[in-house]
Design a protein around this ligand. Structure first.
Ligand code: WT7
Length: 653
């Protein structure tokens, strides 16, 4: 990934002069359809956030008790919708089930093997109510934490909404994380119950989940009960009085369960994400502000209409799935496609087959997937009728202009606007993105902030920068779906996000703003990797490596990777003699076991020294150059040379 401020990244984006205005027929029907409307909304939200959000919240959400004031205090201690009471599940399910939408498809699900299920809003209300009663019967109370470690099956959405229904806080752990990672997160969140499945399907193979939960529970101090969905039918070990089958409990549960009114700032969920230290952060989102952000951004950015069939390909285990499979679209009463498996199973055309089959109209995916599609070849999408599509979205990392153009031409047939959406686990909802009815897009730019989002580009000392000057991307004003704390560590929250730049939320990204006020995100400026659109900290991988008996010291950096965006390169100083090459596989397996398959290193390089500053800080930039193969002298340059170089540079300073 290009480093912000490097002449290379700035040069490559400055070359991009193509503009893609929205088609006139798209603009004519769009939810936000004129530049004046956008300007008016944006200015109002900036100057009078309480008035702007207060009106929208009253009009578009169903409240059990109206709030007194939409927002009070300044960032980081802003309180949203104080005095108000609300239930997120009621807003996503019941209020639709009470109307003609009762029989509208809420979730159109397809399993990897090809099995399908459709749940209407009426079905969803029954299933969610039953599972809410199951949770209560297992001892879950308002305020308790429940871990969901599940495949992409409807039961995952049902379980998260059931938690919201009774005011329990869900902590979803992506199924690709290891047993150790599950144990750490369960202990940190003090989860009482874990909901899982026997296994899930991925590329025709089973991803064992229950056995990982069993292993995690050996290290877990708080989990009392486990609920297991039977998905693949593989045998699992059920511990009496601890483990229960989902179908057994549901068969006996009543479909009548009132949605509990909770305070607007009641914790809705915790989602763990990587920071620049080894310990994942429990990002906490609360109820009303988060729900409003997810709901309105879905309406504005995806231009959602009643008759759309909307598909976001993310896993619910990430924030994208929380906000744009579950809460955002369901709050709007949309029909959502949910797919369990891999894009290349049974063949490379699976996604296009799904779009054709369900006549998907809005499609939201990630650059890493788009790059894989390009590699697999145009013949796969070309075999399918994609004419139902009207809007395309991208998220997770900067989309390179080549991938953007391919998406535009081959998938969008030059007809569909593309929304390149910038946001983060912490922001809860999309922050910077085109509005498809009005924005003339530029490939590679996430364009302009949504109403209520007030970003800036600043120097390390907080000075605002001019057009095309690269700097830090910050937020100057609180927004409703902002994280409220890091679970159990409010000091770390204040330090991580609000201590670098006075009065601002600092997001960790470097960016520039061009002469039209369009934002170009250049990548992370901290020690965070973006691997296939997923965040990993270099420190996390380093601490996994040094916990292996062969390893004395390790330094981990990213390098440009054709499909994943960034690959993981590990420089390892072994204890004693340099081990055989076979030991590399051992280290790779060790990292996978500690963190999960998503952290699988691409390269292990044994070395006898690491370049460091006088104060002992590893000079990652040098390592990044080596990992990227950017040695200036060609083959002869070794890490030792760089160490010397580093020393020389340091003496210069
Ligand atoms: C980081 C957040 C939020 C959804 C998925 C990732 C990078 C995300 C974009 C984009 C450039 C992007 C940033 C950000 N990122 N979307 N459209 N253009 N960069 O969530 O794991 O919280 O990671 O992803 O670096 O800080 P996340």
């Amino acid at each position: 990934m290009s480093q912000p401020g490097s002449s290379e990244s700035i040069k490559s984006v400055l070359h991009e002069t193509r503009r893609f205005p929205p088609p006139a027929d798209f603009t004519a029907q769009a939810n936000i359809s004129s530049e004046e409307q956008y300007q008016e909304m944006w200015n109002r939200a900036k100057d009078d956030p309480a008035g702007f959000w207060g009106e929208i919240a009253t009009e578009t959400l169903s409240w059990s008790k109206p709030f007194d004031k939409a927002c009070e205090g300044t960032m980081p201690n802003t309180k949203w919708f104080g005095g108000g009471q609300i239930n997120a599940c009621y807003n996503c399910v019941d209020r639709h089930a009470l109307t003609w939408r009762k029989n509208k498809a809420a979730i159109i699900w397809e399993g990897e093997p090809g099995d399908t299920r459709v749940l209407t809003y009426g079905d969803l209300q029954r299933e969610v109510s039953k599972f809410a009663n199951v949770l209560k019967q297992l001892g879950v109370e308002t305020g308790d934490r429940v871990t969901l470690y599940m495949p992409m099956i409807p039961e995952l959405a049902i379980a998260m909404l059931a938690c919201a229904r009774i005011g329990a806080t869900h902590s979803i752990i992506f199924g690709g994380f290891s047993a150790d990672a599950v144990a750490d997160r369960n202990n940190d969140a003090q989860s009482k119950v874990v909901v899982t499945a026997d296994a899930g399907w991925r590329r025709g193979k089973e991803v064992p989940l229950k056995s990982a939960v069993d292993e995690s529970l050996k290290k877990s101090t708080t989990v009392e009960k486990v609920v297991v969905v039977r998905r693949t039918g593989s045998p699992v070990n059920m511990v009496p009085d601890r483990d229960y089958w989902w179908h057994d409990l549901m068969a006996k549960a009543s479909a009548d369960c009132e949605a509990v009114a909770v305070d607007a700032e009641h914790p809705l969920f915790i989602l763990y994400t990587s920071g620049s230290t080894g310990k994942p952060k429990g990002v906490l989102h609360t109820t009303a502000g988060y729900l409003l952000g997810a709901q309105m951004s879905t309406r504005w950015v995806f231009d959602l209409r009643e008759e759309d069939t909307y598909w976001c390909t993310a896993d619910i285990g990430w924030i994208t799935g929380h906000s744009y499979i579950c809460y955002g679209p369901l709050a709007n009463g949309a029909s959502v496609v949910m797919y369990e498996g891999a894009p290349n199973w049974p063949d490379n055309g699976r996604f296009w087959e799904i779009i054709e089959k369900y006549k998907v109209s809005i499609f939201y995916t990630a650059p890493t997937a788009i790059r894989a599609f390009i590699k697999w070849g145009d013949e796969w999408p070309n075999k399918h009728d994609l004419s139902s599509l009207r809007l395309l979205g991208s998220v997770g990392e900067p989309i390179n202009p080549e991938a953007w153009m391919w998406y535009h031409k081959v998938i969008g047939a030059e007809r569909c606007p593309i929304v390149d959406t910038w946001w983060q686990t912490e922001t809860g909802a999309i922050m910077i993105s085109p509005l498809p009815g009005i924005t003339s897009t530029k490939p590679g730019s996430c364009t302009r902030p949504l109403p209520g989002v007030v970003p800036d580009i600043v120097t390390k000392s907080g000075k605002s920068l001019g057009p095309n000057e690269g700097g830090l991307l910050v937020m100057k004003q609180s927004w409703p779906s902002m994280l409220r704390t890091l679970y159990g560590d409010h000091d770390r929250y204040l330090k991580t996000y609000f201590s670098d730049i006075e009065g601002c939320y600092f997001a960790g990204d470097g960016a520039r703003r061009d002469e039209d006020g369009f934002y170009w995100v250049m990548g992370r400026v901290d020690d965070v990797l973006n691997v296939s659109g997923h965040r990993l900290s270099t420190m996390e991988v380093e601490s996994a490596l040094v916990s292996h008996p062969l390893v004395a010291e390790a330094a981990v950096v990213g390098f440009p990777h054709e499909i994943k965006g960034e690959g993981i390169c590990c420089f390892v100083i072994p204890k004693g003699q340099t081990p055989e090459d076979a030991a590399k596989q051992d280290l790779i397996n060790h990292v996978r076991k500690q963190i999960g398959a998503l952290a699988t290193p691409d390269q292990i390089r044994f070395t006898s020294a690491l370049p460091k500053t006088r104060s002992g800080k590893i000079m990652r930039r040098l390592l990044r150059d080596i990992a990227a193969g950017k040695e200036s002298q060609g083959d002869t340059t070794t890490l030792e040379d760089y160490t010397v170089l580093a020393k020389l540079r340091e003496e210069d300073e």
